[in-house]
Write a protein that binds this ligand. Sequence first.
Ligand SMILES: [Zn+2]
Length: 197
Amino acid sequence: MEKAVFLDRDGVVNELIYHREQGIIDSPFTVAQLQIIDGVPEAIRIFHDIGYKIIIVSNQPGIAKKHMSMKTFEAIRQHIIDELISKGANIDAEYYCLHHPQAKVPELKEVCDCRKPKPGLIIKAAGELDIELKVSWMVGDGLTDIQAGKNAGCKTILIGKEKCELCRRMEQENARPDFICENLLQAASVIKNNNIP
Ligand SMILES: [Zn+2]
């Protein structure tokens, strides 16, 4: 069986964007807003060197909320992949949940099994790609990433700062990550040091 590092996308691979018009911090809504976070290609290369598949698992309700079209979503998705490949870092697979319980687009209005904190995306990827979850990692910047990873039986890393508001909520929800790192490159060295060959 294979092992994997599951990555949340926005805030882990690419920078979150402050959308002035809507007054929200969210995923990029256009290709122009897209910026890969420093150190991410290096981190991905380290994961591959120590035998992990890299799989993006991400809630992307932007189409459901009418922030972007499917075409724009695809363009952003492709741009991230191309940008990483140009820096020698390839993504092995991507799994997205496009649903939202309050979607404006009727076809995407659903209480699904794939929206994190549910583990559906991770479980699906594991089934399709023969991944052993207990030796795999979920890395994300949100409470729902840590919950999804724990629900799937993975080890977890929060990208963020200790003593954050999120950490207090994690205590309340009993969803402490195994480690907290400032960025993906730091997470790569944690995973390298805790790697079971
Ligand atoms: Zn879903």
